[in-house]
Design a protein around this ligand. Structure first.
Ligand code: ADP
Ligand code: ADP
Length: 243
């Protein structure tokens, strides 16, 4: 079955706003469904404010769902407790647009990479070897482990953020605009890296981006959002993103 499944997901922010006495809420995400198989990439595209990041946050449990379900390998994680999230976070990781969302400038790369392992209570003797392995997997030298984020370029920092996601050996990764802050040639390198990692490990990737341009490179299928709803979805060659 699918690695990740989103069923009729609806997310509303805040309290209902009342106009003329009737409750009127416009959900940020409104009845969205899709699934992603192991080894597959699904592009989730749409203009700014269309609900992409909200879907990512709901999948990660950072924003509660108002209705619908998120299933990880068939298990409903929609309303998972923090304790349960600690377990699902081994399997389900995230990479944000800004690598500094995951990298602490005051911490060595080694410390940053092993942090999820500490949180997830992985035995300590595995930490450094797994950090070294994750760095190698993203094409960074072994001595990076004792350096600080500021000593790396933007593209290298995003590789480190990807390594931080990989260190847990996840099966699903949410990529929220992972190359949007990079220049075009660095984007291509990071996209190539993501494609190689996906193919080697059978990762299911949810690739969130503004437009189909970068998504085409990785995704087999795409979902186009408009104002929280699915406008179009299907094989990447057939999706046009016409509003
Ligand atoms: P996208 O990622 O496609 O740019 P978002 O998911 O960030 O879209 O936003 C979808 C809608 O939800 C927008 O109307 C946005 O203003 C609103 N929104 C996003 N975050 C919040 C928040 N924390 N509180 C209230 N509304 C929000
Ligand atoms: P983590 O602390 O789990 O290693 P990161 O620091 O890389 O996560 O990601 C930044 C934010 O995303 C944090 O608020 C973190 O709690 C959250 N996050 C990352 N992965 C997950 C996940 N699988 N489930 C829930 N929240 C996550």
């Amino acid at each position: 079955g699918p690695a990740l499944e989103v069923r009729d997901l609806t997310v509303r922010y805040g309290r209902p706003v009342r106009f003329g006495g009737t409750a009127k809420t416009s959900p940020a995400v409104d009845g969205v469904s899709f699934d992603i198989a192991p080894g597959e990439t699904l592009g989730l595209v749409g203009e700014s404010g269309s609900g992409k990041s909200t879907i990512g946050k709901a999948i990660l449990g950072l924003q509660p769902a108002s209705a619908g379900q998120v299933l990880l390998h068939g298990s409903d994680i929609t309303r998972a407790s923090l304790r349960q999230r600690r377990v699902t976070a081994i399997d389900l990781r995230v990479v944000f647009q800004d690598p500094y969302s995951s990298l602490n400038p005051a911490q060595t790369i080694g410390k940053t990479l092993t942090e999820p392992l500490r949180v997830l209570r992985v035995p300590k003797d595995q930490h450094r070897p797994r950090a070294a392995e994750a760095l190698a997997a993203v094409g960074l030298p072994a001595d990076a482990i004792d350096r600080y984020p500021a000593q790396f370029s933007g593209g290298q920092r995003q590789r480190i953020a990807i390594a931080r996601a990989l260190v847990c050996d996840p099966q699903v990764i949410v990529l929220d605009e992972p190359v949007s802050s990079l220049d075009v040639s660095t984007q291509a390198q990071v996209l190539n890296l993501l494609a190689d990692l996906r193919d080697a490990r059978g990762l299911a990737l949810l690739f969130i981006a503004h437009d189909l341009g970068v998504v085409r490179f990785l995704a087999q299928r795409a979902v186009v959002l408009y104002r929280g709803q699915v406008m179009e979805s299907g094989p990447i060659e057939e999706v046009t993103q016409r509003p």
